[in-house]
Design a protein around this ligand. Sequence first.
Ligand SMILES: Nc1ncnc2c1ncn2[C@@H]1O[C@H](COP(=O)(O)OP(=O)(O)O)[C@@H](O)[C@H]1O
Ligand SMILES: Cc1cn([C@H]2C[C@H](O)[C@@H](COP(=O)(O)O)O2)c(=O)[nH]c1=O
Length: 216
Amino acid sequence: MSELVFFCGTMDCGKSTLALQIEHNRSARGLVGMIFTRNDRAGEGKLSSRLGLVTDAVEVEDGADLYAHLVDHLSQGRRADYVIADEAQFLDPEQIDQLARVVDDLDLDVYAFGITTDFRSKLFPGSQRLVELADRVEVLQVEALCWCGARATHNARTVGGVMVVEGAQVVVGDVTGSADEIGYEVLCRRHHRRRMTAATARAAALAPDVLPVSSG
Ligand SMILES: Nc1ncnc2c1ncn2[C@@H]1O[C@H](COP(=O)(O)OP(=O)(O)O)[C@@H](O)[C@H]1O
Ligand SMILES: Cc1cn([C@H]2C[C@H](O)[C@@H](COP(=O)(O)O)O2)c(=O)[nH]c1=O
């Protein structure tokens, strides 16, 4: 029985690496995958991991019909034995419905990978639809860590290391942003709520004691 599986986690927890491993293991056995992505940091039509691996993929455009894309592909006599969709948080809810239809009507496994929540800890619409429709939701086991050592569960957007809470939902970027550009940092919930990033925690630790010291 084919399935729609949503592999999720914070940024930088190994989702794209797992997508590439699934692709590698299946193609090593002669299977052919249809790989979708959207807004990968490596550029259009790429699925890339921070471990340095990258593969070609179909860039999903606004309004593209993923079910129709597969039907066209198959009716041209070309193969697709399974589907991978990386950066699935950027897909429209309708496109997630199309992926569910690929599972049900074309009997192909669909493996979707993405972050569930944005920098304000709100669900991305595509991820919400995946949680609603997936046969299985798998949280990645290699956990990313907050600067405090706790499991990172939230994605913060930063400018110069300082967490921001205003802005567009979609801004492509990385967890290694330079000082003045928009970047991201994964945090535990406590530090996301307190807007305390590694940089602001470091600055607070270095600041002179704010409590008055008096002998009386
Ligand atoms: N130099 C490295 N050595 C070992 N593992 C690394 C290295 N750089 C990155 N990683 C691993 O890659 C993970 C990020 O993988 P990636 O697939 O790009 O994440 P995601 O798609 O979830 O954002 C990190 O959490 C870490 O486990
Ligand atoms: C939190 C958050 C992230 N993004 C972007 C930043 C990256 O380009 C991707 C996540 O990629 P990864 O492979 O999981 O690291 O999403 C965004 O646009 N908006 C956000 O709020």
